[in-house]
Design a protein around this ligand. Sequence first.
Ligand code: ACO
Length: 329
Amino acid sequence: MNECPISKIAGTGFAVPDKILTNQDLEKIVDTSDEWITSRTGIKTRHIVSDDVENSDLCVEASKKALDEAGVRNEDIDVIIVATVTGDVNFPATACYVQEKLGAVNAAAFDVMAACSGFIYGLNIGNGLFIANNVQNVIVIGSETLTRITNWEDRNTCVLFGDGAGAAVLQPSTGDKGILATYMKSDGRLSYLLMNPGHNPIKEYFDHEGKKMLPVINMQGREVFKYAVRSMEEAMYKVLERGNVSINDVDLLITHQANIRIIDTLAERTGINREKVYINVDRYGNTSAASVPIALDEARKKGLLPEGSLCLMTVFGGGFTWGAVLVRF
Ligand code: ACO
């Protein structure tokens, strides 16, 4: 465990687009049913971004709330980290557009690409910046417009994803509050199970059935499911060990919100009281890098993470990537 945490979470916020797509709406788009989607995923609705909104707009909306809570002026932001796989453009970083839109003229800005694990990777990186960079305010944002890379003809995937953004402001820790332990891991050998090949001019990618992958989300759901459970479980135990606490000490578990069955299996395997597991996948679907920070802000605003409480966040995503962070509030 860090003798003294390096940084703490001083403010959080989230934003989702107004438009909601229900399972009943999806029944009109592909051959599916509310019953199938609900029983296999737990998802009921997801928010869909409109054509006039960019990923960076969602970032800005979420950031303003987090900065406001932390009492940070835009010109006092030192670093902006955006975790995303659906940035405004291929480059520059979406974080640079966020910088411009916030008027955060004194910041450094860059993106992190670790798919659904991006926010936790970002927290880990942001925390490390406090050691060597003399920073005071780092904002970490997870934001996605996944519905723009969704294949709306593929019922295996199009029912799963939604759009949104969540943000957290990191500041130097005081006392025993803050990030107690972190863990990150990847396995690039499994990249083909969950990927968007984009428009690659020199190479074509093929799925397990030998079909050429389109420039959208391609996923072998069942395989992803298995690894998601095992990896998040591993990450949880790593940070519990590093933080020198047990699962019973955790007040709230926030996992990547991809599928209720993954979350339930994790809860069962680790023995954590189900009431300590935060769930909002039913309302937002899988928002990739935004999923954990949206849940974190909701949980805090509902009073589920009072002063002194211990929060364990764990994620899994394309790459494969996975990780966890243990935070004392
Ligand atoms: N509606 C109706 N039927 C469907 C649908 C749908 N939307 N999607 C698939 N089916 C059918 C399949 O075609 C298949 O039919 P068949 O048996 O006739 O071939 C049947 O349902 C079973 O399909 P499976 O893929 O085996 O269903 P499974 O129980 O594995 O559930 C799911 C699929 C929900 C995708 C599940 O595997 C899953 O959640 N996996 C993890 C996905 C995930 O979490 N990804 C994100 C993690 S990383 C990240 O966030 C990017």
